[in-house]
Ligand binder design. Structure first.
Ligand SMILES: [Zn+2]
Length: 453
């Protein structure tokens, strides 16, 4: 493959060329309610060329990989037409590597009918629970071969197998509708989707239990956030603001986020690290051939780094981080997160509870919105905390606030980090869902605004 790709790009008089070729086989099984909505396997093959010439980018993607040279020339023409927009790339050392991303039981060795049966079993368990109105059970696996060659001499050959499932229940009583879901998805193989009968039952039970939960009066509360919601908060509310391409075009945000500024207590650190083997956001090299690096976005309470592509790293004169990713060959790499998490400290959950006279324990998220530094998240489950004890379930708990104030108000960080992948992934600039994981421990936050009755 390397020689074949090299033939297409050699002797083209431009500053930089990169070719990516991808072959994917995607399997899906979707149950919605009683219906098997979709089942099947789709194969896709194609590639793209990105060319930098005199400060301008050209990009062409294609399904026919037999006419590589013509596509290279097309992208080079486009780059010349675009003209000089000042684009340049930070220097890297060219790398040659071949690697496999995938561990455990190979999903490709499991028949489609077995996958269907597994989904059907989970779906029936959820559907047969009284008061459950409808369900959704979705299985995915993606076998991927990817090649990257650049005119600087980088050559990467990668094979990967992603696999996951999501289980969801919607319960209804009158006009009261409640939902619960579970999702797992990463590079750890097929075993993670097996034996989830307990999860299916607990998803159904959670949705039904929420029907009789109480609503809380709106106001400011001390909130304990579970690892799942902590991960969502770190990714959605803070991580996206650390993406240098977004920040570079947003002077308001640049003013709010100077490196070196204090963003929280001494024990607050937030990290993006592609090198966590098996996690949904795992990769050794990004789509520009830059090694995935452990990047402290916040280190000991101080804003320390941002996420970069080669272009944004040079523009902002900040270190490379290896975060240029494309969802597939029809898109150019842009700055994305990988595995983003809040680092663990040593506070035990019981100790966090002890200090709370009236508060809320919020678990998971069923939806959220962010608008620059403002966020809104709906907790999937929540409980009232009274005098250091969890007393009763709550429903429709919505947390809102300013991410910077919220980070500064974290006053306890747990010792129980959990990472969550899943089928959802991250969306940005029309590229969705990109596999990422989010993680964190339990944290306690003072003065969180909770919407309610
Ligand atoms: Zn995202």
């Amino acid at each position: 493959m390397r020689e074949y790709l090299w033939e297409a790009i050699k002797d083209v008089p431009v500053d930089y060329i990169e070719i990516r070729i991808e072959e994917t086989t995607r399997t899906r099984v979707d149950f919605v309610g009683r219906e098997l909505e979709q089942i099947g396997t789709v194969e896709r093959r194609g590639g793209c060329v990105r060319v930098l010439s005199n400060g301008g980018w050209g990009f062409a993607s294609f399904n026919d990989i037999d006419n590589l040279k013509a596509n290279v020339l097309k992208a080079a023409d486009m780059a010349r037409l675009v003209g000089n927009s000042g684009a340049r790339l930070a220097q890297i050392t060219p790398i040659t590597a071949e690697y496999l991303i995938g561990w455990g039981k190979d999903p490709i060795q499991v028949s489609l009918s077995e996958k269907q049966q597994l989904c059907e079993t989970y779906n029936r368990l959820i559907l047969n629970t009284p008061k459950v109105q409808t369900t959704s059970v979705r299985y995915r696996d993606i076998a991927l071969k990817k090649y990257l060659l650049t005119s600087e001499g980088t050559y990467l050959s990668q094979q990967g197998i992603f696999c996951g499932i999501s289980l969801a229940a919607i319960a209804k009583e009158g006009s009261n509708i409640q939902q619960s879901h579970f999702s797992t998805g990463d590079f750890r193989g097929y075993a993670q989707v097996e034996g989830l009968e307990d999860k299916a039952e607990s998803v159904a039970k959670s949705a039904v239990d929420l029907l009789s939960a109480e609503q809380i009066s709106g106001g400011k509360y001390t909130v304990i956030i579970d690892p799942k919601l902590c991960g969502v908060f770190v990714h959605e509310a803070f991580g996206h603001l650390s993406e240098a391409d977004f920040l570079y075009e947003n002077p308001h945000l640049q003013g709010l986020m100077p490196l070196g500024a204090r963003f929280g207590a001494d024990d607050l650190s937030i990290v993006d690290f592609p090198g966590l083997e098996g996690e949904a956001g795992y990769y050794p090299y990004d789509d520009e051939g830059v090694p995935g690096t452990k990047t402290y976005l916040i280190k000991d309470g101080i804003l320390s780094n941002r996420l970069h592509s080669r272009e944004t790293s040079l523009m902002m004169n900040e270190p490379l981080s290896g975060n240029a990713r494309a969802i597939d060959y029809s898109h150019e790499p842009i700055v994305r997160m990988s595995n983003t998490y809040l680092e663990s400290r040593n506070c035990k959950f019981e100790e966090m509870l002890e200090g709370v006279s009236l508060g809320v324990y919020a678990r998971g998220a069923i939806g959220g919105m962010t608008n620059c530094e403002m966020f809104t998240f709906s907790a999937e489950e929540a409980f009232l905390i009274e005098n250091g004890r969890i007393t009763k379930p709550l429903r429709d708990v919505v947390l809102t606030g300013n991410v910077f104030e919220t980070l500064a108000n974290i006053d306890a960080i747990g010792n129980d980090v959990v990472f969550y992948g899943g089928l959802g992934g991250c969306g940005k600039a029309g590229q969705s869902p990109l596999p990422v994981s989010t993680g964190g421990p339990h944290i306690r936050v003072q003065d969180v605004t909770i919407g309610g009755r």
